[in-house]
Ligand binder design. Sequence first.
Ligand code: UD1
Length: 426
Amino acid sequence: MPKSPSEEQILVRQSGPLSGSVVVPGAKNSALKLMAATLLADGDYTITNTPHIADVPIMATLLEALGVVVDSSRMDQGILRITNSGSITPVAPYELVEKIRASINVLGPLLGRFGEVRVAMPGGDDFGSRPIDMHLAGLEAMGATFTFAHGDVIGVCERLHGAEITLEFPSVGATENILTAAVFAKGTTVLDNAAREPEITDLATMLVSMGADIEGIGSGTLVIHGVEVGKLHSADHRVVPDRVQAATYMSAVGVAGGEVKVIDAIGEHMDMLLKRFTDMGMRITPTEDGVIAEASGRLKSIDVATLPYPGIATDYKPLIVTMLSVADGVGIVTENLYPGRFRYVEELQRLGADIRTDGHHAVVRGRESLSGAPVRAPDIRAGAALVVAGLVAKGTTVIHDIHHIDRGYEDLVGRLRSIGADIERI
Ligand code: UD1
């Protein structure tokens, strides 16, 4: 009997130097949100450069439960066809919502378009608490009211109205939900301290091609002039390349050495991280169609703090901690977004890494090398970081629970093997 994906493991042996090129697929954190945005208008959508990852069919199932038709037959080419014929039931059930955090992104479009929504409270990666108070406060300022029952949040409104909203913190999810609701609000919404991640720019760009009127895209102030409900139309869109997957291949070069071109990586979207890679001793060269990452010898330790974009993303952090665990010196990593996001450290310690954590901080004392061991992937990004750690661990590292990695990485094993890593999926 074939093994279920959850029983599969990734086996990595010490490897390097790496060489060649890898192509980065579209971003998970954009594709899932673009899919949710198709709830806003009837018609046919073609989303290209969609990553072949497990979260996409989960989001597709959720959209289908709401009444949208998703055709994944060309997903081998990254093409997703979505048809919204208008018969939508604005109720997102728990069984589907709890699997991925991005499912909360149906809240804004459903409320803005239909004036009613019922969504189970979201799940996703299990690090720290992930409240949605800022999403709800923003939508309330636009005229919605919310109640809670049986684990669901239930929202109602007449047509939403424009409002001046300042987020306490530039939350990615709150920015997206307020933006996708405001496109249909009566009047103008000014969203201050909005998140500026490239994936939000990608979403706003698709909304504009659907007929939305949005100013300030890419900045911390989004100005949304609402259009009449029903005035948006479908559009085609290409998903922005995934900066976290790109960073993963660069960090692999960082620990294993070599020279790899990460095709389609957009240097501008990773500016701060690339500077820090350079501080660690890597050579980073942005080109027209990607970024070349080079490393030889041991990396140098640095201190890093995670911050909202354009700062160092929290999603890069497990990769950085892995790099520091074999760098020369001591590095302090400060997590400013999710207090609970150091769980993978215990797994890196099993590989011999010298890391101490205290609240928001990790102190990483670099070792010459790590030593292979069985480990578990606790979430998507930490799982990928353990794979990267395996490249610099003597002997064999076996990563279990790799279904987490499959949620966000398209063929991580095949791509790493293509640049010379000794890695297989068993
Ligand atoms: C998204 C990304 C995730 C990334 C994160 C930060 C998706 C599916 N996930 O998550 O990979 O790590 O951005 O870059 O795109 N917060 C509140 N109240 C709210 C909303 C957020 O307190 O209403 C807090 C969160 O608990 C967290 C911080 O704000 O501490 C950041 O959250 P947010 O930016 O909203 O991240 P997500 O959209 O959940």
